[in-house]
Ligand binder design. Structure first.
Ligand SMILES: Nc1ncnc2c1ncn2[C@@H]1O[C@H](COP(=O)(O)OP(=O)(O)OP(=O)(O)O)[C@@H](O)[C@H]1O
Length: 296
């Protein structure tokens, strides 16, 4: 009889049986440890990803969460700190440099590399009201400056200081106090109002909803990304309003109807959209998305 066949003192088991049980137990322990490690790593990764993730444009909000009255700010938008703010002329709240707003909650900030080459932007077409009027709004955001115009058709980008600061008062006046009759649409992130600025410029004012900090994120995404892109296929973001809890985006007003109306709307018995035109729309949209995705 060999040594391994002899029973040991432990439970009267053979040595080889004890070794087998030991190896098996060690293996199970190893598996448990590995799965615990994986679980921890996953959790850490998820926690790291969550705050910086860009906002998906698929979010839906219950109608009750749509505050049409901007004078009653939703609760969970962070107040813009007013450190170093200048008192606006005709405005209702101190102005804060845009970059400061964008950095107000660092854990949520979305960093987009602008690089060294980027320029301050200027309108290709007649300058918008704030550069003509010289009124209160012309003192808008920090970083706004003048210079050589862009080459036609070439998208341009700006520093984060880009943007024209509209006061809440200006936007209230433009939209008849955000009247229901001025509502032109509603997206996942806010209600869009038609507005006419003091100088007659038509604008679309998006009053961002505040749904668990969504307004803050949407504001950052739009101002940092869309605000610095110019392309004929992208609606232009003219500026923004950030007073207290309010976050609004001001776009050029586009009066061509929506693509959905053109494709599915009542356009008569024969659609004016030939396949040739449809192809051009598809290509134009793709080019716009491409510019937006590249951010250049
Ligand atoms: N610049 C604009 N000029 C004219 N109408 C606009 C303008 N911007 C938005 N609208 C109208 O407001 C509606 C809502 O726009 P909004 O950008 O909030 O949402 P969306 O693009 O439809 O979707 P999402 O919620 O994903 O952003 C649009 O469908 C359009 O009818």
């Amino acid at each position: 009889m060999s040594d391994s066949d002899q029973s040991t003192v432990v439970f009267g088991l053979h040595l080889w049986e004890l070794v087998g049980i030991g190896v098996g137990a060690a293996f199970v322990l190893l598996l448990v440890l590995l799965s615990l490690l994986c679980l921890l790593a996953n959790r850490r990764r998820r926690r790291r990803r969550a705050p910086a993730g860009p906002v998906l444009h698929l979010a839906t909000v219950a109608p009750s969460a749509h505050p049409k009255n901007p004078t009653k700010p939703p609760k969970d938008i962070q107040e813009v700190p007013s450190r170093g703010a200048q008192a606006p002329v005709g405005g209702t709240a101190p102005k804060v440099p845009l970059a400061q707003i964008l950095q107000a909650s660092p854990q949520e900030s979305i960093q987009i590399e602008t690089g060294k080459e980027h320029r301050i932007t200027f309108p290709e077409q007649p300058p918008p009201h704030h550069q003509r009027s010289g009124g209160p709004s012309s003192r808008g955001a920090s970083g706004e400056s003048r210079g050589g115009g862009p080459e036609p058709g070439v998208p341009e980008v700006s520093h984060l200081g880009w943007g024209h600061w509209y006061t809440l008062k200006e936007l209230e006046a433009a939209t008849a106090m955000f009247a229901d009759e001025k509502v032109i649409g509603e997206g996942g992130y806010g209600i869009v109002y038609h507005g006419i600025l003091e100088d007659g410029t038509q604008v679309a004012v998006k009053n961002l909803l505040n749904n668990r900090g969504q307004a803050e994120r949407e504001f950052k995404v739009e101002v940092e990304a869309i605000g610095r892109v110019r392309h004929k296929n992208l609606v232009r973001l003219l500026g923004y309003c950030a007073e207290g809890n309010q976050r609004m985006l001001v776009y050029e007003f586009v009066n061509n109807g929506t693509l959905e109306q053109w494709i599915h709307g009542d356009v008569g018995p024969v659609s004016p959209l030939t396949w040739d035109i449809r192809m051009k729309i598809i290509l134009g949209s793709a080019k716009g998305f491409n510019v937006f995705a590249r951010g250049t």
